[in-house]
Design a protein around this ligand. Structure first.
Ligand code: DX5
Ligand code: ZN
Length: 212
């Protein structure tokens, strides 16, 4: 199980300190929002560039943007180690996938709660990961949508049938109460924002996920 703390929930007045609190995590989830694909605007490549030297985490960049092809190079050049964009975009998905692969960066597709796995099924054999949104993208601190569990299980079955190797990442509203259901459904990576960074002691909160 990989826990990927989501920087969106961190204290942006003290990112260097916040990163130290989660140094026991292997991944860091970076939520990029363009104010168009989702009704929120988060951070540009310069923030990733600034924290890159401070962190040995795998930078797992989640592009909630309408035109990922316009931004991918900037976020990779800033230090992203993995790129996820959404299956709902109007861009040509295959060409965006090809471009990320041409940069030798692991790539994944994400689906919103209202989207079916069928939206991205044709691409599954070539994906390094799939990101199942268990909240409506755009904001941290929302409640977990339990119908996501069926989607996670369906992806796990598809992966077995296709003999594919993509990781299943689940993102949104994950806490100590629901994480066992998320893992039992088939998740390999759990993105956790508020339940870690908004805790009184984020370091202890992260440890509680590993020790539970
Ligand atoms: C929402 C983001 C999520 C969110 C997770 O659009 O993609 O990564 O930051 O934060 P929590 O765990 O608070 O839902
Ligand atoms: Zn995310």
């Amino acid at each position: 199980m990989i826990i990927a703390p989501s920087l969106l929930a961190a204290d942006f007045t003290a990112l260097s300190d916040e990163l130290k609190l989660i140094e026991d995590a292997r991944w860091l989830h970076l939520d990029v929002m363009d104010g168009h694909f989702v009704p929120n605007l988060s951070f540009g490549p310069m923030v990733i560039e600034a924290i890159r030297p401070l962190s040995s985490h795998v930078f797992d960049t989640h592009l909630m943007v309408s035109n990922p092809e316009r931004l991918i190079d900037a976020y990779i050049d800033a230090g992203s180690d993995r790129i996820t964009f959404h299956g709902e975009v109007e861009s040509d998905i295959q060409s965006v996938l090809d471009h990320v692969k041409s940069r030798n960066i692991p790539v994944g597709l994400s689906i919103k709660p209202g989207s079916d796995v069928a939206l991205i099924a044709p691409y599954l054999p070539q994906l390094d990961h799939v990101l199942v949104m268990s909240v409506e993208p755009g904001f941290g601190g929302q409640s977990f949508m339990h119908h996501s569990l069926e989607k996670i299980s369906a992806l796990k079955t598809l992966r077995e049938n296709l003999e594919a190797s993509f990781l299943i990442v689940v993102d949104g509203g994950i806490n100590l109460e629901n994480i066992d259901d998320v893992l039992a459904a088939g998740a390999d990576v759990c993105v956790v924002g508020s339940s870690i960074f908004k805790a009184a002691d984020p370091k202890a909160a992260l440890k509680a996920f590993y020790d539970r």
